[in-house]
Design a protein around this ligand. Structure first.
Ligand code: FMN
Length: 186
C-alpha cells in the first residue's frame, strides 16, 4: 500500500473505545496535524476544545443522546468549533469555514489512526447545552465532537453497533459519485 492509504483504509468509525488515557505527546501530534490543514486565505477558522478528565467529561455526557452511549468511554473529546465569518464567505453558499474545519478534522483523524487510536466524529449531541457548559460563545458553531480512544472491549456495545464494528465498508459505487468531463458523465 502506498502513501497514506493504510491510514485511510484502516480508519473506521468504530465505537468500542477503551477508557485508557491518551498520552500528551500523541495528542500534541494529532492537534498539530489538524492545524497543518490548508484553509481559504490561510484563515485557519478551526478552534478545538479538548475535554478530558472524568469531571469535565461527565459535564458533556449528559448532553449525548442514548444512541451515542458508547462515546462515554472516550478519554478525550475534541470539540470542533467554527464561526462562518472567520473564513471566506463566497457566493453560492460557499462558506469555507465548515469545509476548512473538515479538512483539519480529517488530518486529525488520520494522525490519530496512525497512532493506533479510534477517532470517531459525531453529530449527535446537544450543541447549545455543550457550548454553554464549555463557555463557547453562542455565535460559534459546534460542528462536531470527535471521540478519541484506543480500541477497547466490545462487551458494552448494543447488537447494531456490534454488527457495524465488524461490517465491511458501505460506499456508493464510484460511477454514482465520480464523473468525467461533465455532470453525471462516465
Ligand atoms: C459528521 C459526522 C457525524 C457523525 N455522527 C455520528 C453519530 O452521531 N453517531 C455515530 O455513531 N456515528 C456518527 N458518525 C459516523 C458515521 O456513521 C460513519 O462515519 C459512517 O457510517 C461511515 O462509516 P466508516 O466511518 O466506518 O467508514 C458520524 C460521522 C461524521 C463524519
Amino acid at each position: 500500500m502506498t502513501g497514506i492509504m493504510r491510514e485511510i483504509e484502516t480508519r473506521r468509525a468504530k465505537r468500542a473505545l477503551d477508557t485508557k488515557p491518551i498520552g500528551e505527546d500523541a495528542v500534541g501530534r494529532i492537534m498539530e496535524a489538524a492545524t497543518l490543514a490548508p484553509s481559504c486565505f490561510n484563515n485557519q477558522p478551526w478552534r478545538f476544545v479538548l475535554v478530558h478528565g472524568t469531571d469535565h467529561l461527565e459535564k458533556i455526557h449528559g448532553f449525548l443522546p442514548g444512541a451515542n452511549y458508547w462515546v462515554k468511554k472516550a478519554p478525550l473529546l475534541i470539540c470542533v468549533v467554527v464561526k462562518k465569518e472567520d473564513d471566506c464567505v463566497l457566493s453560492d453558499g460557499r462558506d469555507y469555514a465548515f469545509f476548512d474545519a473538515g479538512l483539519a478534522v480529517m488530518n486529525l483523524v488520520l494522525q490519530a489512526t496512525s497512532e493506533g487510536l479510534i477517532a470517531h466524529p459525531i453529530a449527535g449531541y446537544k450543541p447549545v447545552e455543550i457550548k454553554a457548559a464549555l463557555g463557547i460563545p453562542s455565535e460559534y458553531t459546534l460542528l462536531t465532537l470527535v471521540a478519541l480512544g484506543y480500541p477497547g472491549d466490545e462487551g458494552h456495545l448494543n447488537e447494531k453497533h456490534l454488527e457495524l464494528e465488524h461490517s465491511t465498508r458501505d460506499r456508493k459505487p464510484m460511477e454514482e459519485v465520480v464523473f468525467k468531463n461533465g455532470w453525471k458523465k462516465g
